[in-house]
Design a protein around this ligand. Sequence first.
Ligand code: TXA
Ligand code: MG
Length: 358
Amino acid sequence: MTLLFRRERGRLPAGTAYIAGRTIREGGVVVFPTETVYGMGADALNSAAVKRIFEIKGRPLDNPVIVHVCSRGQVEQLARDVPAMGRILMERFWPGPLTLVLRKGPAVPAPVTAGLDTVSVRMPDNRTALSLIRQARTPIAAPSANISGRPSITSFEEAVGELDGLVDVIIDGGSSRIGVESTVLDLTSGVPSILRPGGVTAEQLREIMPGLTIHPAAEGFTVYRGKAPSPGMKYRHYAPVHSRVLLFESQPGLEEAMIAKWRQISRSGRTAAFLVTDETEIHTGTVVRLGSRERPEEIARRLFSSLRQLDRSGVDYILAEGIGEEGIGLAVMNRLRRSAGKARGRSPAHRKESGSSP
Ligand code: TXA
Ligand code: MG
């Protein structure tokens, strides 16, 4: 049985955080909102509870989870040491969508870090999440709430649709404000490196760390063949269940290329829908708009829910338009490439579309 805490006129029932916090303390699993995407949380210091998350999600055991804290003091419980840069970043970006990879302390059980000697921590910028952690009186280990491999969950309705009956509690937090996950930043290997682009942009981080690097796998091309510093890089991710995503990176003649593909699919007796920006002149068949290219934050906010909406509609193919990689655009492109299972092409000029062809 799953206990659902639904918002009425924008407010959660009294006692929500208290009851959900107690559930965490007793080893239960709680789906809760954050500013990025919904998380599936358990007591980070309880090995058995964390293992249940892996089972429910069907998550590979070698993929570590992020530990969510409500105070800097909790970080001291989890990390062996916090470098000076870590403190500066916490001051500037917490609470917020920045996850720091630090050297792990002895209190953190192995399933949380998938046996690595590092632990990733973040303080979410969401009142419900923060009061849940406070009431639980323990840091909360929480991957994104989706079943492993699927697009992340950014609304209460999606959470209930996917997880009712599988978890102990689901808390309504409305639509996620940012819509893509946090930026994962590794501070343990000399030069700070972005392992996953997210809500805090590379440009924002460079203001503080001019030497910042972006790990090559963070672009999101699949079949990353190097030794993955972040195990999550290795897996196909964000993929709709029914539809296949074909990604068209921005290029001259984009509209023609997308429409030609749509015709080809239609002729073969299958269905396709477009997932495009407001500026793109396509008015054929089903068209879902992500927002304006001028406002990539809006595109990020709608990305996962649009993929899920089209998937539910049962189309065979989603023809998705890529956007520029400035700002949060890099996070959007990482998710789109991975959802299309996109391998790196010969060169961007030759790369037209990826994913499997009809
Ligand atoms: O915004 C977010 O980060 C959301 C919300 C719920 O906080 N959480 C989230 O968790 O996206 P998840 O599990 O879907 O993604 C965590 C990513 C994975 O790619 C994982 O491999 C990486 O962070 N990660 C976690 N711990 C790590 C570590 N110690 N070293 C390197 N990468 C790590
Ligand atoms: Mg995830």
